[in-house]
Write a protein that binds this ligand. Structure first.
Ligand code: THU
Length: 131
């Protein structure tokens, strides 16, 4: 699947965002090895710290639907700001846990898509090999 196509699905997911406090809506789309795509959106809470970002929602939803982390291939993140929103530290740590180090991550908005990977987003990561 082309990155533009995956980003379009992330944009669709943005519409599901529950962000009444920040009004900052983010969508994510996780491509799996069988070609399916799982969507995620940010979900906020009146207790602000409980907010779940779009990226984590997508990864957690894929596990909940029976996929294994080994099935996780690429993750697209869509927001409407310019430059587009880069994943937060918590989401990067979860990517380290659940995606391959060379797993592609696309960060986009309506005008641009940048391409990176998990290890570039999270160098010197603390991971299960550290334990
Ligand atoms: N957010 C995401 O969902 N993903 C990101 O990459 C950056 C931030 C959400 C969290 C919160 O609901 C809102 O954007 C503002 O921080």
């Amino acid at each position: 699947m082309k990155k533009e196509e995956l980003m379009k699905i992330a944009k669709e997911a943005q519409e599901s965002a529950y962000a009444p406090y920040s009004n900052f809506k983010v969508g994510a789309a996780l491509l799996l090895s069988d070609g399916n795509v799982i969507k995620g959106c940010n979900v906020e809470n009146a207790s602000y710290g409980l907010t779940n970002c779009a990226e984590r929602t997508a990864m957690f939803a894929a596990l909940a639907q029976g996929y294994k982390k080994e099935d996780f291939r690429e993750l697209a993140i869509f927001s409407s700001c310019n430059p587009p929103a880069s994943p937060c530290g918590a989401c990067r740590q979860v990517m380290v846990e659940l995606m391959a180090k060379d797993g592609k991550v696309y960060i986009g908005n309506d005008h641009e898509i940048s391409e990176t990977n998990v290890s570039s987003l999270m160098p010197f990561a603390f991971d299960k090999e550290s334990l």
